[in-house]
Design a protein around this ligand. Sequence first.
Ligand SMILES: C[S@@+](CC[C@H](N)C(=O)[O-])C[C@H]1O[C@@H](n2cnc3c(N)ncnc32)[C@H](O)[C@@H]1O
Length: 194
Amino acid sequence: MAQYFDNVSLPSEIKKVSIRILNTTLEISTDNGVFSKNKLDFGTRLLLENLPLEEIKGKILDVGCGYGPIGLYLKKATDCEVDMCDVNRRALHLAKMNAKANKLDVTIFESNCYENISSIYDVIITNPPIRAGKKVVYEILMNAKEHLTEDGMLFFVIHKDQGAKSTISDLEKIYNVTILEKNKGFFVIKCINR
Ligand SMILES: C[S@@+](CC[C@H](N)C(=O)[O-])C[C@H]1O[C@@H](n2cnc3c(N)ncnc32)[C@H](O)[C@@H]1O
């Protein structure tokens, strides 16, 4: 888990990239020690490009926000209220810088899974931290239920080599699950809290 928690000792080397997702552009600063620092991750892009934006309303939580592409994109592409959290302090610092640089009014804070989350959300979205292990991934996916409104939606992306199929069948026990897209082994999943 060193890559998520112990990164403050890595020398900082901020890099600026312009990220275009469908019709939305974000000016992003990234750095050493954060996920997918050179460009938007393929799985994250697939997730965002396949979201049913017309269904996304109200209050959103981006769990494991990294430098912020998911939450910042959704703030720019919808009129939703957006909260974003992570355990990686460097990622949180970048996400705050990026929100400011793109003039997006979002709330960004530290939280290990849902530890510091007291609100209820219409949408929870994540590209989950596979490298943190199955326990953390399952905590984020399964316990989303406790933080979703009735009929609230959880969206996430997962690769077949990261246990997509077994994860989907475990989630089907507690949610209504739909596969929105499959591409290069990645699955984009929508779970409805019913
Ligand atoms: C796959 S990355 C996704 C980052 C960003 N959302 C993106 O799509 O580029 C997963 C993120 O989850 C964060 N993370 C790891 N363990 C976590 C935990 N226990 N609670 C919350 N976030 C965690 C990592 O620091 C990392 O930023």
